[in-house]
Design a protein around this ligand. Structure first.
Ligand code: IFM
Length: 484
């Protein structure tokens, strides 16, 4: 089987990580405590009591990790900046050592031609701010904007692509209502307030970053499952639409329309008391790009509301799933991208995360993860179909560059293109990494063009298995400049 997919010239081929999931070194160089340091150390909160204390030790091994990126040939790297490393006390003084780490990382990436796409907040709130009320407090949004200014002041001369918040749903809903992520609260009103203030912080940060770096491109990253009805029956469709409004619309409508979705507001019985005059204008400050994290779909029928107060998803035993329990459903990516493109006035879009955890094994020093390669290949194809349908997709970041700390699920879930042995910190490129390298090489013209390719105005990549020299590319002279 040969799968082909076509993306525009200048497409960013990337991989993604997040600070707490890879850095370790939680007490080095004056880093402050984060909510994940605190919460993951409470017995019972995480599988095996796993914490991010050491993780992939990336704080000390970042040079080696950049070499891995070079082996993959990625042209862009999405990482996150740890707020408690940069401002250990949450507000106020910037740590020279903390910002220095990211300063060196950015320089080293640029030196080897990898475009940095940092995220300012991937869940590691300084604990001191949580002790002061956390995201349910309005002042946290302003503290976030000040932190954004501090980082953009120092890195904005070189970093031109920014993400404010990663997955506001997880921050607010899972962190403050469901309680399965730090800080682990179970309070409906705290969730509503946190969700609004996270979005307010995003809007404030867009302006703050641009004030420090006027040519910066800034956006937010939302996690979006495809919530689908089991059938065309109106009750099934209503359940799926409500789930979509609660999970996705709640965070996207304010950013792209300046309002919350009515069905979800009614569902959550929110009186919107936190919404001050002018907030929705701040939240809907025009963004320059938009990040989509897609992993799976959820099927809904008229099964009522689950114990998390959401339309209950239908569980099928016979579906192909990852070890996270998530169904593999590539069409959902195309469908969602096309839907968002129709419903919102979208700026250029990036897939900021997509990938899969599978039960990898090391056999004679190799990891033959055909399931991950297949997952990625099918999702690349689905994304390319969305491009053909008119979506302005500018890049794709595979989650994740390497195996890492999967939050409350600990180290058992392996999402990486690169295998990490947590005892020795040895890294091994999995088969999927070699395959991805061949895709990138074909798409970026670093290997020879072939007559098999199709001229459709993009970079048509046809890749069949390994090694890299089987890949083909239409246009050998791909512009690797900043297409976004
Ligand atoms: O590991 C996470 C990441 O931090 C946020 N998006 C989903 C990934 C897989 O669960």
């Amino acid at each position: 089987m040969t799968t082909s997919f076509s993306f525009p010239s200048g497409f960013h081929w990337g991989a993604a990580t997040a600070s707490y999931q890879i850095e370790g070194a939680v007490r080095d160089d004056g880093r402050g405590e984060s909510i994940w340091d605190r919460w993951s150390h409470i017995p019972g909160n995480t599988v095996n009591g796993d914490t991010g204390d050491v993780a992939c030790d990336h704080y000390h091994r970042w040079r080696e990790d950049i070499q891995l990126m070079q082996q993959l040939g990625i042209t862009a790297y999405r990482f996150s900046i740890a707020w408690p490393r940069v401002i250990p006390t949450g507000t106020g003084e910037v740590s020279a050592a903390g910002i220095g780490f990211y300063d060196r990382l950015v320089d080293a990436l640029l030196e080897v031609g990898i475009t940095p796409f940092p995220t300012l907040y991937h869940w590691d709130l300084p604990q001191v701010l949580e002790d002061d009320g956390g995201w349910p407090e309005r002042r946290t949004a302003y503290a976030f904007a000040d932190y954004a200014t501090a980082v953009a002041d120092r890195l904005g001369d070189r970093v031109k692509h920014w993400w404010t918040i990663n997955e506001p749903f997880c921050v607010a809903d899972l962190g403050y209502r469901v309680g399965t992520k730090a800080p682990g609260r179970h309070d409906h009103h705290d969730f509503l307030a946190a969700a609004h203030h996270v979005l307010l912080g995003h809007g404030l940060a867009v302006t703050a970053i641009k004030a420090a770096s006027p040519d910066a491109q800034v956006g937010i990253v939302a996690n979006v499952d495809n919530h689908m009805p089991r059938s065309a029956h109106p009750a099934d469709r209503r359940a799926a639409e409500l789930a979509h409004a609660i999970h996705s619309g709640w965070y996207l409508d304010p950013v792209f329309r300046g309002e919350y979705p009515e069905a979800a507001v009614n569902h959550h019985h929110w009186d919107q008391r936190e919404v001050a005059p002018g907030d929705m204008e701040i939240i809907s400050t025009r963004v320059d790009h938009h990040g989509v994290n897609y992993y799976t779909r959820k099927l809904h029928g008229d099964e009522g509301i689950d114990d998390l107060e959401r339309p209950a998803p239908i569980l099928h035993a016979d579906l192909h799933r990852t070890t996270m329990g998530w169904e593999v459903y590539p069409d959902g990516l195309r469908e969602l991208l096309v839907r968002f493109n129709e419903e919102y006035d979208l700026p250029p879009v990036y897939i900021t995360e997509n990938g899969a955890a599978f039960p990898d094994e090391v056999v004679d020093g190799a990891v033959h993860d055909g399931d991950r390669r297949d997952y990625l290949e099918r999702h690349f194809s689905a994304a390319a179909e969305a491009v053909a349908a008119g979506v302005d997709l500018r890049g794709y970041f595979v989650w994740s560059l390497m195996d890492n700390y999967e939050w409350a699920r600990g180290y058992g879930q392996r999402f990486g293109l690169v295998r990490v042995d947590y005892e020795t910190q040895e890294r091994i490129l999995k088969d999927s990494a070699h395959w991805y390298a061949s895709v990138i090489a074909a798409a970026t013209g670093s290997i020879e063009a072939s007559e098999e390719a199709v001229d459709d105005g993009g970079d048509e990549v046809g890749v069949e298995g390994l090694p890299a020299d089987e890949a083909t590319v239409e246009d050998g002279s791909v512009d690797q400049g900043d297409g976004a």
